[in-house]
Each structure stands twice: as C-alpha cells, then as structure tokens.
Design a protein around this ligand. Structure first.
Ligand code: ATP
Length: 363
C-alpha cells in the first residue's frame, strides 16, 4: 500500500486560502486524522488527495508515483464524502457489491466480503433494504461498507461517523480503525471531533485556515501543543497572560495581578509578554490551601467520575478545573479556593501577533 506525500499544496477560492501551502507525509498503512474546526480546509485537502479538486500549486505522490494530475479513478483512492451518495435503486447488498462486481471478484470472495462488511456495519438484517428505507445513520454505514469493499489502497474519510448516534459512533471508532489496519489501508480521516481523533489516529495533523499547525501522535499533540490554538482545540485549556519572571528549572510567569504561575521551562526571554496554557483536566483545586491563584467557585457540574468546576479567578476571569467526584460536598458554589497544577503540564507561548482572542477563535 502506498504512503502519501503532499508538497506545498495550495488552493484558494477568491480570498479564501482553503489550502495554504500544505506539506504532509502520511506513512504507508498509517491511520492519519486531519483535525480542525469548521472551514479549516479539511474537505478541500481530502478532495485534493482524491483528485476531485484541482490544485493551484503543489504536488501529491502516492508511493513513488506522482498523482497530482491523475483522474480520481486512477489513484487507487476512495473517498467517503459527508454527503454519501448511495445508488438509490440498489439494495444495501448491491451497493456494497458495486466495487467488487466491477473488479470481477469471484463469487465466493464476494460473499466473504459482503458478509464481513455487513457484519462490520451491523446491517446484516437489512441487506435487502433500499437506501430510502434506511435511517441516515444506516445509509452512512452502507456508504462506509461500500467504500471499504471497493478494493482501494487509500481510504479517504470525511467525517465518516458524524451522522451516527453516540453509542454506535464510539463502537464504530475502534472497528473502523481495526478494519482499515487489517486491510493494510493508508487512511486519511477528517474530523472536527478531538476525542475521535485522539482514540483513532496513529498521528493527528491539526489544521486551521488551510495550514497544518502540528503533526504528531495523539499524546504529542495533547501534551506538547505548539501553539495556544492547538492547546485549546485538542483538550480545552485555561489561559493566563503575563510576563516571564524567571526560567530556572520551571518558567515563572507573573500575571498582571501579581500571581506567580509555574510552567515547563521555555526559552522565551525574561521580561517578555507570554501566555501560559494549562489543560482544564490538569487544573486542580488545591486540597491543602496552597496554590498559584485564588478563585471563587461559580458552578459545579457532575460528569460522573469528575466534577467540572468553573471559577472566577481574581484578576484573570473565568477558568475551569476538574476534580474527582469523591470531593463532591467538599466544594460549594461561593467557596474561595486555591488553584494549582503540575508545572510540567503547563506550557508558555509567546503572545501571537494577532492576539490571543483571534488565535483561539474556531469559526
Ligand atoms: P467543515 O468542517 O465545515 O466541513 P472544512 O474544514 O472541511 O469545513 P472546507 O470545506 O475545506 O473546510 O472549506 C475551507 C474554506 O474554503 C471554507 O472557507 C469554504 O467556505 C471554502 N470553500 C471550500 N470549497 C469552496 C468552493 N467550492 N467555493 C468557494 N469556497 C469554497
């Protein structure tokens, strides 16, 4: 199966740079998630890989072969679009067998393919139904099975689980990845759902405004974000602006109200303005009354194993923290609490020249 190499791909629509110089290498057999907010250029990128959107500039290779100018059907890639288009006059079974039929697959192989696909997408009992007789989610699953049965080397998925109900979406995550892996496919899966990307991807490419901001394993992108946007989009973060006070061991940031906040060491110069980001999930309410900041509890939401606590922090505004739910009853709205985190879990970034607000904007 081929890996994919994308070199300086550009595509604009008037003033909109849907792909703004994308370089990306996707390994042979890799499951790559392209993660970004709405309008980031995810679909444009996928359509470019498939050959459905001609490029303004750049090159695309599948393995050693340049496919930039190849027709979609000559690329060995199949794309499952958000508006999956099933053949309305064919049953589920015949939709799935469309590709194997064209390829002249033998009857026993067709039968095997059909039964494994129906089983995967849980539609064995509906194999004789027509698309109009299926729910939206069932149509989506049929389209997925048809794409997988097409015998492609490269699978391009545009929000493939979007129309499914929550429970099915979660169980199909694992099965879809297992299947793509067992078939040895190189898969590019576009999503705006960070949980989906985290659990499914071998690597994630975070995209915004037509540019890839970071490529890495889910743990790398989650724990070592390269920018405030990535820190917030992949696991929500709290942000604190201030000035770098010192950088011996941990970096210390002094906020406008004089609090001293610690973070993983950075090479930003002392005296420079910077922003500290710490994941909500790593922000703790101190049990011993010692912390970096003080805040007033505004709201407590029960989330099962954790309580989500919103606090108004003196001189900073609203932030959120997670605490284990066994502490329920020990924290109440109106309480004054100390807030802390493990400094190794907090990152300091230069303030983006376009400002923090614009940096964090997702639409
Ligand atoms: P979503 O998650 O909402 O599907 P996306 O990340 O897939 O978004 P794209 O659909 O690739 O984003 O669009 C990127 C930008 O390019 C958007 O601003 C969109 O409006 C614009 N765009 C995409 N296709 C066209 C087109 N055919 N004509 C004009 N503008 C387009």
């Amino acid at each position: 199966m081929p890996g994919i190499r994308v070199l300086n791909v550009k595509k604009s629509y008037g003033d909109i740079h849907a792909a703004d110089g994308i370089d990306l290498e996707i390994r042979d057999g890799e499951y790559m998630c392209i993660l970004g907010p709405t309008g980031a250029g995810k679909t444009t990128f996928l359509r470019a890989l498939c050959g459905l959107t001609p490029l303004d500039k750049g090159k695309i290779f599948f393995g050693d072969k340049e496919v930039t100018k190849e027709e979609p059907e000559d690329r060995g890639a199949v794309m499952l679009s958000q508006t999956y288009s099933l053949f309305p006059h064919l049953t589920v079974q015949d939709n799935i067998l469309f590709g194997p039929d064209i390829r002249g697959m033998s009857d026993p192989d067709k039968e095997k393919t059909l039964s494994s696909m129906l089983d995967l997408v849980r539609l064995t009992s509906r194999s004789d139904a027509y698309p109009r007789e299926l729910s939206g989610g069932m149509q989506q699953r049929t389209a997925l099975a048809r794409a997988l049965a097409s015998g492609c080397d490269v699978l391009l998925l545009d929000e493939p689980l979007r129309a499914l109900d929550a429970r099915l979406r979660i169980s199909l995550r694992y099965e879809l990845k297992d299947l793509a892996k067992s078939l040895g496919l190189t898969t590019v899966h576009v999503t705006h759902d960070q949980d989906e990307a985290m659990v499914m991807a071998d690597r994630i490419a975070v995209i915004k405004e037509g540019r890839i901001l970071q490529v890495g394993t889910p743990a790398e992108v989650f724990d070592s974000p390269v920018s405030p946007f990535v820190a917030n989009f992949v696991g929500q973060s709290n942000f604190f602006k201030g000035t770098i006070e010192s950088s011996e061991g941990h970096t210390v940031l002094r906020t406008e109200s004089g609090s001293l906040l610690e973070a993983k060491a950075t090479d930003i110069d002392i005296g420079c303005e910077a922003v500290l980001a710490v994941k909500v999930g790593n922000t703790e309410i101190s049990k011993d009354g010692v912390g970096f900041l003080q805040g007033t509890v505004e709201r407590i939401l029960f989330e099962g194993r954790y309580l989500h606590v919103d606090l108004l922090v003196d001189g900073n505004g609203r932030i959120s923290a997670k605490v284990p739910s066994w502490r329920m009853g020990k924290i109440a709205v109106g309480d004054r609490k100390q807030i802390r985190w493990n400094p190794e879990k907090a990152r300091v970034f230069p303030i983006p020249e376009w400002g923090l607000e614009r940096e964090l904007k997702v639409e």
